[in-house]
Design a protein around this ligand. Structure first.
Ligand SMILES: [Fe+2]
Ligand SMILES: [Fe+2]
Length: 193
């Protein structure tokens, strides 16, 4: 039975690793992961969903040089965009740190949470969506959030999110990462993670 009281120690550990603002985002993402898994009747551990959300941004506040140094030292395999924008390294770096203590599916989800990937798995799909939809985020209106959550499957929610993201990037004259474009195409063609 899922109970948040099992995570008090982990919450304190995560709290000590980041700012108050980032911690609140992590808590919101953790709870949203659990809510999504329940809403969509996912056959997945709710404990792991909560841990995944809580831990996904543990390296988000590292300076660029530290992220780059870690990636080099541990010979992380990177996406082209991650080599260009060091902030994006916080996904693969966190996944590498977590692999000693957590399952491959949790680590894969964390690995790809920034850009999304067809390889991120079911937990990755949940985390990717929760990271954008958690209540502390202000870039989506309540209506936009509600209409995404009214979709029939997590794949459809994710597809809708990527459409929103793409429109935003286009308005800024930017293009989406290769792995995000591949994910969007995969989902549009009916692919399941
Ligand atoms: Fe992140
Ligand atoms: Fe996040």
């Amino acid at each position: 039975m899922f109970s948040k009281t099992n995570f008090i120690a982990l919450e304190q550990e995560v709290r000590s690793r980041m700012s108050e603002r980032r911690y609140l985002h992590s808590l919101g993402t953790a709870q949203t992961c659990v809510n999504l898994a329940q809403q969509f009747n996912e056959d997945i551990s709710l404990d792991e969903c909560y841990e995944c959300g809580l831990l996904h941004d543990i390296a988000r506040e590292w300076p660029d040089a530290k992220l780059q140094g870690y990636s080099k030292e541990h010979q992380l395999v990177l996406e082209p965009e991650e080599k260009l924008i060091p902030m994006l390294l916080h996904g693969p770096v966190a996944a590498d740190i977590l692999k000693q203590r957590y399952s491959p599916s949790l680590c894969l989800a964390v690995r790809y949470h920034t850009l999304g990937s067809i390889y991120m798995g079911r937990m990755g799909l949940i985390l990717f969506i929760a990271d954008f939809l958690e209540p502390g985020r202000t870039h989506l209106s309540g209506d936009q959030r509600d209409s995404l959550l009214a979709k029939k499957s997590l794949e459809e929610v994710c597809s809708g999110l990527l459409d929103n993201q793409d429109a935003y990037f286009e308005s800024k004259g930017k293009s989406s990462a290769f792995t995000s474009v591949a994910l969007r195409k995969f989902l549009r063609e009916g692919g399941e993670l």
